[in-house]
Design a protein around this ligand. Structure first.
Ligand SMILES: Nc1ncnc2c1ncn2[C@@H]1O[C@H](COP(=O)(O)OP(=O)(O)OP(=O)(O)O)[C@@H](O)[C@H]1O
Ligand SMILES: [Mg+2]
Length: 353
């Protein structure tokens, strides 16, 4: 009997132990999650310091780092969870979106492990993982709710209708918000990753630099961060050409206020319009202290329940892959050994080459 024949009808367990693996970018992460809601362990080995001097993640360096870190990340996650490999019920792995070479390390490892243990292999979308971080942050979170996704490659307001159905209300027409943070940081001479550095520097800003209003006059839930980013770049270049000084802190503060303001405005609007009364937030930019503070303020004012995962669950991690992996496991979304990595996976969940 083939591997897939053997696992495709395994009986499902409600409190299943899922080993999750994430290797889509520069973090090699593994985690054991119980019943989709309880974190038993989380191990992350990052190659970030190797990328800083290049101003962004270098795919080949990230892939090589995954190959040396993956065994240790998985062993640590299993050991810290206090379980044995034979107790695991499934292996969930990020198969996209992300860097192909990086993803392949996690996918190959997960395939080998699932095959050798004779348990299901569950393919997980990284982006759905960011949304599912909410289920770990609030054990009572249940659809329907509105999710704000704010990460390095995505910006979207999503109507999470049930555990599996996403209605994407709006997204970015160009740059993602995290990408804009990183590019603006670069022009301001701040190190990669830009988001945390902009946040740090913005705290010292006192004055406002005039920046354009995003998609002025347009209704709906779309975002456009390219214009905002370009306005900052033009401002800085103008000052430099004229030999005039400017305050990096003021520019960082003004950019952050505008960038975050749009995320808050549109996600609150969606909660009001859909009438769910619940907002859950995910993605690396959701670690931004100013965004968290503004969301808390606005949600409190309007009686909206806010689900704000702790910062380490917003940036890339394997716990969120385990949370989403459990949902896919319950749906019997098992893969055979032909599972491949995908550079891009649709937000709605459809696969796309
Ligand atoms: N405190 C912060 N403030 C603003 N941005 C932040 C903060 N911390 C991290 N970020 C941004 O979050 C992004 C990283 O988030 P994440 O790890 O989810 O992105 P990714 O995995 O590369 O993209 P995606 O999840 O869309 O595939 C970077 O752009 C980074 O600058
Ligand atoms: Mg991410």
């Amino acid at each position: 009997m083939s591997y897939f024949e053997k696992i495709k009808n395994v009986p499902l367990k409600e409190g299943a132990l899922i080993l999750a693996i994430e290797s889509s970018c520069d973090e090699t992460a593994a985690s054991v999650i119980k019943g989709g809601r309880e974190i038993l362990s989380s191990s992350i080995i990052s190659s970030m310091t190797e990328h800083i001097k290049f101003g962004g993640v270098v795919p080949e360096i990230a892939s090589r780092a995954h190959t040396t870190a993956i065994s240790q990340a998985v062993e640590t996650a299993v050991k810290d969870a206090g379980v044995t490999l034979s107790e695991l019920d499934a292996v969930a792995v990020t198969y996209g979106s992300g860097l192909i070479g990086a993803l392949l390390v996690g996918v190959s490892y997960a395939k080998a492990l699932a095959f050798s243990l004779g348990i299901p292999l569950v393919p997980v979308s990284h982006i759905r993982g960011h949304v599912s971080a909410g289920y770990l942050a609030d054990k009572d979170l249940k659809p329907p709710f509105i999710a704000l996704l704010a990460s390095g490659g995505h910006t979207a307001v999503i109507d999470v209708k049930d555990y599996y159905t996403y209605d994407v209300l709006g997204g970015t027409l160009d740059d993602a918000v995290g990408e804009a943070f990183d590019k603006v940081a670069r022009v301001l001479g701040l190190e990669y990753p830009g988001g945390p550095n902009i946040e740090r520097v913005a705290k010292n800003g006192e004055n406002t630099v005039e920046l354009p209003v995003m998609l002025k006059g347009k209704k709906g839930y779309d975002f456009s961060y390219s214009g905002l980013k370009t306005a900052v770049i033009n401002y800085v270049h103008n000052k430099e050409q004229k030999g005039e000084s400017y305050s990096v802190a003021d520019v960082a503060r003004s950019f952050q206020t505008s960038a975050v303001g749009e995320l808050v405005k549109k996600s609150i609007k969606a909660v009001k319009e859909r009438g769910y009364g619940v907002l859950s937030v995910g993605g690396g930019v959701a670690a931004n202290g100013y965004l968290r503070q503004e969301l808390e303020k606005e949600c409190k004012k309007r009686g909206i329940k806010l689900v704000l995962p702790e910062k380490k669950l917003c940036t890339d991690n394997a716990c969120m892959i385990g949370a989403e992996g459990y949902l896919q496991y319950l749906n019997r979304n098992f893969s055979d050994l032909s599972l491949n990595a995908k550079a891009y996976v649709e937000l709605s969940g459809e696969k796309n080459d």
